[in-house]
Design a protein around this ligand. Structure first.
Ligand code: ARG
Length: 456
């Protein structure tokens, strides 16, 4: 008979038990469940609600259960209803004091606190990985401060930048991802334990103490909200989704850069795959999988939002679905980062192809117009003069650097021999030295400031 079965006259149907069980998912929270129980019983004893001897026996046995699960000596029963029932059942088998643990507590506040602690830990681990990713990108950027490449808009060559500048854009995104996770954690940092089933308890519990023992900033301030709030999970999965979107955008570029059409990058053999039929193929499967898995995390976010949309207060069993969506998202993001970090650390940059690509496509046309503007021509006139020059080049299969000075002067008498220097790719990049620009000195400063900020 289940722990809650006293008012029933028959055993639960096996099909209900299978359907109702969440052990396959929530067994991952055994550590948090035990930690929460130890804090709870410590508070109960301090308040004189349970005796010291029972408390000591409960803590001793819970600690042993934790060690045995960790070492594999105790196998979590896959048929148990959930991790809370399994651990309480196991404890009660070992000590009669185990029966006192659930005093002044419900599984509703128990699962809320376990899940919160678990989710906050996953955020910490993901922030650590994100910082590793940032470290790798910064390293790659510092090796490519002067590697010129085309910058694109509409996937058309637009203005010259450097590979370092391009990578540092992703560093900014991942930094925001870290701060979103840390921010979500700050709001999550209140302890629901003590909310009871929904309305706290008549025992003289000390919620401040329990919160303190578990490392929370304080207790939640409304018990209905305490047991039914899953905002923290939604906020975190939303931050995971954004982070996946950033990884996916980077992956999309990696896929393009590895194509024969670009050939800007070559992935290390250890992070590439082949084809079963085409012997020449070297495929960026990792990048494609990350792109594909992004949809899966978005799906989980939608699962959580939809699950909560019409849920009346307080606890409803629908909430049991929260952990699978959260864990799958955290696992997915973690797996993507774990694989992408070494992939990005080991790719080979084809600096020559990047620079050659930047030489074509009139990427310096803006600089040519700026040249005229600096000589006194209003920008709109300069824009149209250079537009005509580009048309002339297209018609005569030339580019701006191969036009003769005579050809330039036919377009405008303001052109002089220094135009060639002004439209050289190096000049175009080095002169873009406003804050946030591709000028190598600026990018170097950016790298240094992030290294300092993140202690890298
Ligand atoms: N396994 C449940 C969950 O994950 C635990 C809470 C059960 N509470 C209850 N009243 N049935 O949500």
């Amino acid at each position: 008979m289940a722990l809650w079965g006293a008012r029933f006259s028959s055993e639960a149907d096996q099909r209900l038990q299978d359907f109702n069980s969440s052990i396959a998912i929530d067994s991952k929270m055994f550590e948090q469940d035990i930690k929460g129980s130890i804090a709870h019983v410590t508070m109960l004893a301090a308040q004189g609600i349970v005796d010291e001897e029972s408390k000591d026996s409960i803590i001793e046995n819970l600690t042993k259960i934790k060690e045995e699960i960790e070492s594999g000596q105790l196998v979590i029963d896959p048929k148990a209803e959930d991790i809370h029932m399994f651990i309480e059942g196991e404890l009660t088998k070992r000590t009669p004091a185990g029966k006192k643990l659930h005093t002044a507590r419900s599984r509703n506040d128990q699962v809320a606190v376990d899940f919160k602690m678990y989710a906050m830990q996953r955020c910490d681990d993901l922030v650590t990985l994100l910082k590793e990713m940032i470290g790798v990108l910064i390293h790659q950027a510092s090796q490519n401060l002067t590697t010129i490449m085309p910058g694109y808009t509409h996937l058309q060559r637009a203005q010259p930048i450097t590979f370092a500048h391009h990578l540092m854009a992703y560093v900014e995104m991942f930094k925001r991802d870290c701060s979103r996770l840390e921010d979500a954690k700050k709001r999550a940092n209140v302890c629901p334990l003590g909310s009871g089933a929904l309305a706290t308890t008549t025992y003289p519990i000390d919620r401040d103490y329990t919160a303190k023992l578990l490392g929370f900033d304080g207790p939640t301030l409304n018990s209905l909200d305490g047991v039914s709030d899953r905002d923290f999970a939604i906020e975190m999965v939303s931050a995971f989704s954004l982070c996946m979107m950033h990884l996916s955008r980077l992956c999309e570029e990696i896929i393009l850069w590895c194509s024969w059409e670009f050939k800007f990058l070559e992935l290390d053999d250890a992070f590439s795959t082949g084809s079963s039929i085409m012997p020449q193929k070297k495929n960026p499967d990792v990048a494609e999988l990350v792109r594909g898995k992004t949809g899966r995390v978005y799906g989980n976010l939608n699962t959580l939002l939809a699950m909560l949309k019409n849920l009346p207060l307080a606890y409803n069993k629908d909430l049991q679905e929260d952990k699978e969506a959260f864990m799958d998202s955290a696992d997915t993001l973690q797996a993507c980062l774990v694989t992408m970090i070494p992939m990005c650390d080991s790719w080979k940059v084809n600096q020559e192809n990047m620079e050659n690509a930047a030489k074509r496509g009139f990427i310096n046309a803006t600089d040519c117009a700026d040249y005229l503007t600096k000589k006194g021509m209003p920008f709109r006139d300069a824009y149209s003069t250079v537009g005509q020059l580009v048309k002339y080049c297209v018609d005569h299969q030339k580019d701006l650097s191969s036009l003769s000075l005579e050809e330039y002067q036919e377009a405008s008498c303001l052109f002089e021999a220094d135009v060639y220097e002004a439209i050289a790719l190096q000049t175009c990049v080095f002169k873009r030295n406003a804050i946030g620009g591709p000028c190598p000195d600026r990018v170097k400063e950016h790298i240094e400031s992030i290294k300092k900020e993140l202690g890298l």
